[in-house]
Design a protein around this ligand. Structure first.
Ligand code: CA
Length: 274
């Protein structure tokens, strides 16, 4: 059934009235969209700007720190270069000084050669003097000569000290005389030395270095008990001195005894004759 005109109007009015809210709703949504999108976009952009700003600041700080480090390194490098240049200059100065000293060293070397020649001449003169003395005294010259104050036995000269020193000082005193503490071998030499030892004398025999008895030139000593005082060596440890007895001395009876090396007594030096 067809609707009448009034009804149509009513329908139209109703339709129009009823369509109005959707129109209004769509317009609000559109308006909302129109506002929300820029706001969100602006917010995002703002956040991005802030994030980028913070990031940029951090990067800037790191860059600044790196620049400072590079600057420090550069200063350090410059200082090192300066020191290297100063060192190079010092080396140049030293080279120059060495070159200057070179001639003087050559002169000293020549002088030492001359001194050696003079020393050799002194020995030759002493030998000649010894030979002349022996000729004058009608003694054979085959035995060679010993310095004044030394006593000769076969090819060796012996010095019996008047001064008392400890064993090591005695060793050094003999070395100063181009000699060494006495080392005896064979009955004749023992008899010669002990016959002139009127009291205690250090000789070149000890066991302080390795605990084994050896001569002053480190030749191992073959133990001969008959040359020692009975019961010696006993490696005795006394209360007056620290450590044990480690150095041998000759007694006036011609026998060996062991005593603490720090004790002072006379000593016998020995060397080849000239
Ligand atoms: Ca000892």
């Amino acid at each position: 059934m067809m609707p009448d005109c009034n009804n149509l109007n009513e329908l139209d009015n109703t339709a129009l009235w009823s369509k109005e809210p959707p129109y209004v709703s769509l317009s609000g949504l559109s308006r909302l969209r129109r506002w929300v999108f820029p706001v969100v976009t602006a917010t995002v952009i703002l956040i991005l700007i802030i994030v980028l700003g913070v990031s940029n600041r951090k990067t800037s700080n790191r860059l600044s720190s790196s620049e400072q480090k590079v600057s420090n390194l550069s200063q350090s490098l410059n200082a090192s270069l300066q020191r290297a240049q100063e060192t190079a200059k010092d080396v140049e100065r030293l080279q120059f000084a060495v070159e200057n000293q070179k001639d003087q060293l050559i002169s000293v070397s020549e002088a030492l050669k001359h001194a050696s020649v003079v020393d050799s001449l002194v020995k030759s003169v002493a030998s000649l003097k010894c030979s002349l003395d022996r000729i004058v005294k009608n003694i054979s010259t085959e035995g060679g000569c010993c310095p004044v104050g030394w006593q000769q036995f076969e090819s060796h000269c012996y010095y019996f000290s008047t001064l008392s020193l400890n064993w090591n000082q005695s060793r050094l005193a003999c070395e100063e005389k181009q000699a060494h503490l006495a080392m005896m071998s064979g009955d004749k030499e023992w008899a010669f030395v002990s016959g002139r030892a009127d009291q205690f004398y250090w000789v070149g025999l000890s066991d302080w270095r390795t605990g084994r008895w050896e001569w002053i030139n480190r030749t191992p000593y073959v133990m001969q008990r008959r040359r020692w005082v009975p019961g010696q060596p006993d490696n005795w440890s006394g209360r007056l001195y620290s450590g044990t007895e480690d150095c041998a001395h000759l007694q006036s009876d011609g026998r060996l005894n062991e005593k603490h090396c720090v004790i002072k007594m006379k000593y016998i030096c020995q060397k080849h004759n000239i």
